[in-house]
Design a protein around this ligand. Structure first.
Ligand code: 4NP
Length: 158
């Protein structure tokens, strides 16, 4: 059994690539790479084909996490192929719910609903800010990724 997890934000260059990279890193550390497949996408077409934002790349590098992905836009097929689709903010969640085919079996939730000890439920968009914001976002993403992995392991018996 492979569990497929997709992280989604607006541009797929700041928040969702960070979540993808951090979550994959935790999956690798847990020895679950064969069981859990991780990807990310944007709701918009603004940055298709681009590398992650320099702020995201820098904070990942500072934390010893590699990321080589390129931005892509979510497609209807994603709603068939992924088991969990995680929105970074309420706007992403509303967009995903609107785009989702009625028959989708994917669990579509806000990413930070899985974060323990975090009072906010949306990952702020660091696109218009500088490096401190990316570091703050990294800490939120880390908490979300830890909580999500624990949730999936419990739910899927991994
Ligand atoms: P992201 O950030 O959704 O976290 O990748 C953004 C990236 C680009 C834009 C907005 C947010 N933009 O408007 O181009």
């Amino acid at each position: 059994m492979t569990v497929r997890v997709l992280f989604v934000c607006l541009g797929n260059i700041c928040r969702s690539p960070m979540a993808e990279a951090v979550f994959r890193h935790l999956v690798e550390q847990a020895g679950l790479s064969d069981q859990i497949l991780v990807d990310s996408a944007g709701t918009s077409d603004y940055h298709i084909g681009e590398r992650a934002h320099p702020g995201t790349r820098a904070v990942l590098r500072d934390n010893g996490i590699e990321y080589e992905g390129r931005a892509r836009q979510i497609t209807p097929a994603d709603f068939e192929q992924f088991d969990y689709i995680l929105a970074m903010d309420n706007e992403n969640l509303a967009d995903l719910r609107r785009m989702a085919p009625p028959e989708t079996r994917a669990v579509i939730r806000r990413f930070l609903d899985f974060a323990d000890g975090v009072s906010i439920r949306e990952v702020p968009d660091p696109y218009y800010y500088g490096q401190p914001e990316f570091e703050y976002v990294y800490r939120l993403v880390r908490r979300g990724a830890e909580g999500l992995l624990a949730h999936i392991r419990a739910e899927k018996g991994l």
